[in-house]
Ligand binder design. Structure first.
Ligand code: PGA
Length: 247
């Protein structure tokens, strides 16, 4: 059975209080697209104001620490994100794997902390261009899934976001055949790790999703939604992507 699609925005280091009307417009569109789950991963400073401005809409963070508290300057715990109003958190985004040297073990610990606290963890994986050119994309990504996924992962608690590093913010996307191959490989990996529960975990595609390519990407087998960066910042760009997810 097809899983309900999730279209999640990732605002990265963008967004100020002046952007709350964009969030409200996206939240209003989410209500009128009830057959699609819609969510926005915001900078931590905007989580509480966005939750106040758009009650009931799914707002999340873009990273968390695995510890509950302690000497981790600049980091946020799962409980802090929850207190601000978050219902999910993105972990292991390639920008954090690169800029902050996060390993798949780090990512798994963050996902475990999110699960334990009741936040949906969106776990990001993806190959570099050099890895794809070398023919290693599927093996690299399935290894990242194996190493990043909590052993107790379940459909309601985690989602995977397949984001080829070379497709993020570049305007380039893999072919539909390459997306289908990768999502099938991730599905097979999830089933081998978790058995039947592997069928229940949503696998999102991310990397240069926009209104003009969303319908094609979102209706490839085993693509259960999208993680959208640049095109999620404005309601006018993001709402057509939500619409494209509808059956
Ligand atoms: P993009 O970013 O849609 O701007 O390519 C996607 C992401 O990094 O999550």
């Amino acid at each position: 059975m097809a899983l309900k699609k999730l279209v999640a925005g990732n605002w990265k280091m963008n967004g100020r209080l002046a952007d709350l009307p964009e969030i409200q417009a996206i939240a209003a569109a989410a209500i009128s697209h009830g057959d699609v789950d819609v969510a926005l991963g915001l900078p931590a400073t905007l989580i509480a104001p966005a939750c106040a401005a758009a009650p009931g809409f799914a707002i999340g963070g873009q990273d968390c620490h695995w510890a509950a508290s302690g000497a981790h300057t600049g980091c946020l715990s799962v409980d802090m994100l929850k207190e601000a109003g978050a219902s999910f958190v993105i972990v292991g985004h390639s920008e954090r794997r690169t800029d902050n040297h996060e390993t798949s073990l780090d990512v798994r610990q963050k996902a475990e902390a999110a699960m334990a606290g009741g936040l949906l963890a969106i776990i990001c994986v993806g190959e570099t261009e050099a890895q794809r050119d070398a023919g290693d994309a599927v093996s690299v990504v399935t290894e990242q899934v194996r190493a990043s996924l909590p052993v107790t992962a379940a459909g309601g608690a985690v989602a995977i976001a397949y984001e080829p590093v070379w497709a993020i913010g570049t305007g380039r996307t893999p072919s539909a055949a390459d997306v289908a191959e990768m999502h099938a490989a991730i599905r097979a990996e999830l089933k081998s790790l978790l058995g039947q529960e592997g069928e229940n975990i949503r696998i999102l595609y991310g990397g240069s999703v926009k209104a003009s390519n969303a319908a094609e990407l979102l209706h490839i087998a085993d693509v259960d939604g999208a993680l959208v960066g640049g095109a999620s910042l404005k309601a006018a760009d993001f709402i057509p992507i939500i619409s494209a997810a509808k059956r």
